[in-house]
Write a protein that binds this ligand. Structure first.
Ligand code: AMP
Ligand code: MG
Length: 504
């Protein structure tokens, strides 16, 4: 770790784009800020000075002072919300403090909830404690699961009131990512026919964040912007496969909430599914179910199509743009197939195409059974992994380790028939070897709504210990943590009553 007192080494490459892309401004102070949580693990990983999260910097992470060397701006973007062009949006409550060198390459720092910006429209520029705790915990939970995401460096609360449906209190999350650029940033300049600004932004992305675009361009007549779209397409496909595999619903997949780097961004009404239901809608405001779990992969494609249209002026060829986007139709199923096969302990190196197809049928049949009975998604996969890890080769489905699995479905004969097929598929490969693998893929702990809610209720009373406990637990969700068994259990009845909406 970098010794105390060392300043961050700022790079601020985004600022080189110029004022067309952002507005310089200062954060708006909040009253009486206190730390809720600090992420020293992330500080270590980035090798940022260990006193960055010391008390002396509390005012900076509340938006009441500036970190030395920061140069705050709010960026402008537009986007499609719920399938409709929404025009200009922008960082309405996010403030970009700057970009600093780190052990993981340059990383940008943003405050979320630090006051109004020129892009706040009717909003107050604030974030409430409730949703800030959810964002803080979920970004770290996603990282623990190995899913690309923006990270959370710290969380500060204030007694200052914020009015939503109820009167709540304010908080500021500090988040960190190589870049916070979204599909909507490119859409913004395309919609305004600002082709040179569009090109500048695309070039910035390729040069600093997505150099893979140049490599991909070889497949597209050397067209580097087609290569850029292709790279975003592949990253998005990989991200969506991981979301689906772990049962994560984002809730608001508007194009302004889609990262150009393929990160999970903008944690709002997200949910890790409890009972498996492909039609599950986690966002109470999503009355049409546009962002239902099973629709997420197609919505990502729809969003990529919007991005493609925004890039047409640079790519210069509509047909080529569409051809690049076609890639998602194979990239996503391939990524999902691999992710689901991994959940069954089947790694992809040796798989021929017919075997992949047969495996996919095996996966689909299981998911259908699970959906029919709304089987708890996380617990089922974990128990299956544990059963495999405990299997000594006798394959007695009456043994306790298998009963923990078969007890989860009412239609036991159907599950036994499926398990028999699975066993045949595995063949001579030792189940325990697969099981050990599966325990590293199928998490024991995810940030279920009710776990976050418990932390929120306590935090509102001024007790932040549950936030810290969850953060620590979710850093290693594949480990057993025997003392934390209750956090791996079925959700309580009240969990299904929780309504999470866009309001945050
Ligand atoms: P979201 O649906 O949360 O991604 O937000 C969509 C747009 O609304 C973005 O431009 C946000 O910056 C903006 N926004 C959301 N909440 C607020 C708020 N409380 N104050 C200002 N802008 C907001
Ligand atoms: Mg957003």
């Amino acid at each position: 770790m970098t010794p105390s007192g060392a300043p961050l080494t700022w790079t601020h490459r985004l600022l080189q784009l110029g004022p067309t892309f952002y507005t310089r401004l200062q954060p708006s102070p909040v009253s009486n800020p206190v730390w809720v949580a600090r992420n020293s693990g992330l500080l270590d990983q980035l090798d940022w000075p260990d006193d960055l999260l010391g008390d002396a910097h509390l005012p900076a992470f509340a938006g009441n002072a500036l970190l030395r060397g920061s140069d705050p701006v709010a960026t402008v973007y537009s986007g499609h919300q719920f399938g409709v062009w929404a025009g200009q949006l922008g960082d309405g409550r996010a403030l970009w403090l700057g970009e600093a060198a780190s052990a993981c390459g340059p990383h940008e720092i943003q405050l979320k909830g630090a006051g109004r910006t020129p892009y706040s429209r009717m909003g107050d520029g604030r974030a409430v404690l409730r949703s800030s705790i959810r964002e803080y915990l979920c970004s770290e939970a996603m990282h623990g699961l190995g899913i690309p995401t923006t990270r959370a460096l710290c969380l500060v609360a204030s007694p200052q009131t914020v009015v939503r449906e109820d009167v709540e209190t304010a908080a500021v999350v500090t988040r960190v990512a190589p870049s916070f650029l979204r599909f909507g940033h490119l859409e913004h300049f395309a919609a305004r026919d600002q082709v040179e600004a569009l090109r500048q932004l695309a070039d910035h992305l390729i040069e600093h964040h997505l150099p893979e675009a140049r490599e991909r361009a070889h497949a597209w007549q050397g067209n580097v912007y087609a290569g850029l779209l292709d790279e975003v397409q592949h990253r998005t496909a990989a991200l969506l496969a991981q979301w689906q595999a772990v049962g994560f619903c984002h809730g608001v997949m508007n194009t302004d909430n889609m990262s150009l780097l393929g990160l999970t961004i903008d944690y709002g009404p997200f949910q890790f599914m409890d009972g498996f239901n492909p039609g599950h809608i986690c966002n109470h405001s999503d009355t049409q179910g546009r962002y239902a779990y099973a629709r997420q992969p197609n919505i990502a494609y729809w969003n990529l199509y919007c991005l493609g249209q925004a890039l047409v002026p640079l790519i210069g060829d509509q047909d080529l743009t569409v051809a690049v986007l076609e890639g998602y139709k194979t990239a996503f199923p391939r990524a999902l197939g691999d992710a689901m096969r991994a959940k069954l302990g089947l790694t992809h190196e040796l798989a021929s195409e017919p075997l992949r197809e047969a495996d996919w049928t095996l996966v689909e049949d299981l998911l259908q059974r699970m959906a029919a009975e709304r089987v708890d998604y996380t617990i089922f996969w974990r128990r299956l992994s544990q059963a495999m890890a405990s299997e000594d080769g006798t394959w007695s489905f009456e043994a306790p380790h298998w009963q923990a699995v078969t007890d989860m479905l009412l239609d036991r004969p159907a599950l036994l028939a499926w398990l028999q097929r699975y066993r045949e598929r595995i063949g001579e490969c030792p189940a325990a070897v697969l099981g050990a693998r599966m325990l590293r893929v199928n998490p024991k702990f995810v940030l279920r709504n009710h776990l976050a809610e418990t932390a929120i209720v306590q935090a509102r009373q001024g007790d932040f210990s549950e936030v810290v406990r969850l953060q620590q637990l979710l850093q290693s969700p594949f480990d057993e943590h025997p003392e934390m068994e209750a956090y791996a259990g079925f959700p309580p009845d009240w969990a299904s009553q929780l309504e999470i909406s866009c309001s945050s």
